[in-house]
Write a protein that binds this ligand. Structure first.
Ligand code: IPM
Ligand code: MG
Length: 352
């Protein structure tokens, strides 16, 4: 039997720990069904840890992660702290520190009744967003001048590098080629208003010359939001910058039924990568055992696919699809009538 996978687990804040419990239950069940072994190491990072220690993660933490196969994260964020502080200290620090340059976000509708757009079926909504994950307005380059005065000035720099843009676009072309989809890649940008974003278009054209089998399409982000709602069936793979990717994937999550189902991978191909549900820590639901763990479970599926357990990953996705389309999991919000832990149990019992 191959060596056990080593998985770092950060349950995090708010509902993070309760959805992580269900995700780990499914991981354990998948391991026994599909004959692989793993070790988890739990990390307390998040708001409580920060409040107690005044550090987000200890020095050397990223090096420790580098020795592992994957990282699993529940959710980070807590209303006791300034907005975004601990999110930047843990999630963003890990994305940047480990150079997890791809944020992979599948948008797939598993059951027609979950879609808020009338007449759309699972055949119509099956796309993947490749979000660049290490540049753009997220780097924090910039600052304040005369802070707190009537003359305050703030500057945030939107940075793109040829290297960063090219590696995201290349990954997206490869994905479009590998997927059994429409063999199409759509670049989402705003290069009409923000001229420097033409770097994305030029790079797409140049790299695209190597991918003659993949259709290329260009959409401004405002129009892309409209088409994702109006004609979601026209999309296959989307590649976009960090901020636009953040925004359009919340829209995408709604197309597939809500934040309760949307999962993501923060990936550096070939290196340790981080998997998480797209939803946040939802503090008002903390500890109530009512939120959907389906997104967290789907993130375990993505993790397993990444480390090489494709059969287990496919089984988890199939099980989620069956439980949703049969309405045994009737909805993805906190009013499904099922406890968080009951949904996890259902997935485990149905996995085969
Ligand atoms: C996401 C989140 C994060 C982001 C926040 C928590 C910093 O919204 O992963 O989509 O903006 O990337
Ligand atoms: Mg987001």
């Amino acid at each position: 039997m191959p060596a056990p996978y080593t998985i770092a687990v950060i349950p995090g804040d708010g509902v993070g720990p309760e959805v992580t419990d269900e995700a780990l239950k499914v991981l354990e069940r998948a391991a026994s069904l599909f004959d692989f072994t793993y070790h988890t190491k739990m990390y307390p990072f998040g708001a409580d840890h920060y409040l107690a220690t005044h550090e987000f993660m200890p020095p050397g933490q990223l090096d420790e992660f580098r020795t592992m196969d994957a990282i699993y994260l529940g959710a980070i964020g807590d209303p006791r702290l300034p907005a975004g502080l601990v999110e930047r200290g843990v999630i963003a620090a890990t994305r940047f520190g480990l150079d997890l340059y791809i944020n992979l976000r599948p948008i797939k509708l598993y059951a027609e009744h979950l879609c808020p757009i009338k007449g759309k079926t699972p055949r119509d909504i099956d796309m993947v967003v490749v979000r660049e994950n290490t540049e753009d307005l997220y780097t924090g380059l910039g600052g304040h001048f005369k802070k707190g005065t009537p003359d305050e000035v703030v500057i945030a720099n939107q940075i793109f590098t040829r290297k960063g843009v090219e590696r995201a676009i290349r990954y997206a072309f490869e994905l479009a080629r590998a997927r059994a989809g429409k063999k199409k890649l759509t670049l989402v940008d705003k290069s009409n208003a923000i001229e420097v974003q033409q770097l994305w278009r030029r790079t797409m054209e140049e790299v695209g010359a190597e991918y003659a089998d993949i259709e290329r399409e260009f959409a401004y982000v405002d129009a892309a939001c409209m088409w994702m709602v109006k004609n979601p069936e026209t999309f296959d793979v989307i590649v976009t910058s960090n901020l636009f990717g953040d925004i359009i994937t919340d829209l995408g999550a709604m197309l597939q039924g809500g934040m309760g189902v949307a999962a993501s991978g923060n990936i550096h191909p070939g290196k340790v990568s981080l998997f998480e549900p797209i939803h946040g820590s939802a503090p008002k639901y903390k500890g109530r055992n009512v939120v959907s763990p389906v997104a967290a479970i789907a993130a375990v599926g993505m993790l397993l696919d990444y480390v090489g357990e494709q059969r287990a990953a496919a089984a988890i996705e199939r099980t989620i699809a069956e439980l949703l389309s049969s309405k045994r999991i009737p909805s993805l919000d906190a009013s499904s009538g099922l406890k968080t832990s009951e949904v996890g149990d259902l997935v485990c019992a149905s996995l085969a």
